[in-house]
Design a protein around this ligand. Structure first.
Ligand code: COA
Ligand code: MG
Length: 301
């Protein structure tokens, strides 16, 4: 059955921190950090000879301690020799979502979704997909659509530019000039099927100006947040992918003006010399809800 397209505005995914599953100190630190989501990584961040230890340690850790954020586990590719055991361990660790690396076709989602259904995974367990290969980018619309057609578990894309640069030969340049078309293609595919979409990591975590610039760019491209590698990046990402006070004020003004009795049956009105339609009211309600959710989260960190 096909799910209706619906974007969840109040689920915050501004800062999505990657944590190597075999790094005990980093694991322990997550509960003190204000990241909206943590990706516990069993894939690229863990060397092949440490995979088994990382997998067992992660299950133990998440059984004993649950950070106050969305919990995601990135498994190895199902064809890699590690993926099947990772998937079984992930089910035991009860994350909110499992992130599949190097997704290249709808079948990659379908196989994982079928396995989860066969193994009685709760309906609430989501799938996220890394789009980080040329085939992944080319097939992004079909991959996104499987989220609505096969079990409906897929709800987020994460862009992986380190792999994509390696596979395509596009160099790492400030402003990401030749990557923008692909970033926008992935965004469009995600939105067309109602998915969230997270921008790629910025490797040079000491370069705060460069990071800020890239966050602004990701936000202006419509991304929900950024995948992060270091705690230093959390605050700036929360800021940039959050809401601007002027925009919240304007949203509240739009909500107020449409709530006036004389505007109850109007589709379009004028506010401060600008045309406002009911679609702007929908946007304003989403933005105000996001602002409220951010305030509540701030109170906890
Ligand atoms: N998650 C949680 N805590 C982290 C962290 C992370 N990703 N990265 C660093 N920290 C912690 C460190 O454990 C340290 O805390 P401690 O003093 O209590 O031990 C503190 O933050 C400062 O770390 P720092 O010394 O500045 O970093 P580092 O040199 O130890 O590590 C990296 C730098 C890049 C190796 C590390 O940040 C990292 O592994 N990031 C994630 C990489 C990853 O997941 N890659 C795959 C996906 S792209
Ligand atoms: Mg990768």
């Amino acid at each position: 059955m096909t799910k209706p397209i619906e974007h969840h505005p109040v689920r915050l995914r501004r800062s999505v921190l990657c944590v190597p599953a075999d790094n005990v100190r980093a694991l322990a630190k997550v509960s003190q950090l204000a990241a909206d989501a943590a990706i516990f990584d069993l894939e690229d961040a863990v060397a092949p000879e440490r995979k088994a230890e990382a997998r067992d340690g992660l299950v133990r850790h998440l059984t004993e301690s649950r950070p106050d954020c969305e919990i995601v586990i990135r498994i190895n590719a199902l064809g890699s020799g590690f993926g099947q055991q990772d998937l079984a361990a992930a089910l035991q660790a009860k994350p909110d979502a499992i992130l599949l690396p190097k997704v290249e076709s709808p079948a990659d989602i379908q196989i994982a979704a079928d396995w989860l259904a066969d193994n009685d995974a709760p309906e609430s367990l989501r799938l996220w997909a890394m789009i980080e290969t040329p085939r992944g980018v080319v097939n992004a619309p079909a991959i996104a659509e499987t989220g609505r057609t096969f079990g409906g578990r897929l709800d987020c894309f994460v862009v992986g530019l380190n792999d994509l640069r390696k596979e395509t030969g596009v160099p790492d340049r400030p402003g990401r000039p030749y990557l923008i078309p692909w970033l926008m293609q992935i965004l469009l595919a995600a939105r067309g099927s109602g998915l969230d979409v997270i921008d790629a990591v910025f490797n040079d975590f000491r370069d705060t100006d460069g990071f800020d610039e890239e966050c602004r760019q990701g936000r202006d491209m419509g991304y929900d947040g950024k995948m992060l590698i270091h705690p230093l990046q959390i605050g700036p990402a929360n800021e940039r992918f959050g809401v601007e006070q002027a925009a919240v004020d304007e949203a509240r003004a739009i909500i107020a003006v449409f709530a006036l009795p004389e505007n109850a049956d109007k589709g379009v009105i004028s506010l401060h010399g600008r045309m406002i339609e009911r679609l702007h009211l929908d946007q304003a309600l989403k933005l105000a809800a996001k602002a409220d959710t951010i305030e509540k989260r701030k109170a906890r960190f």
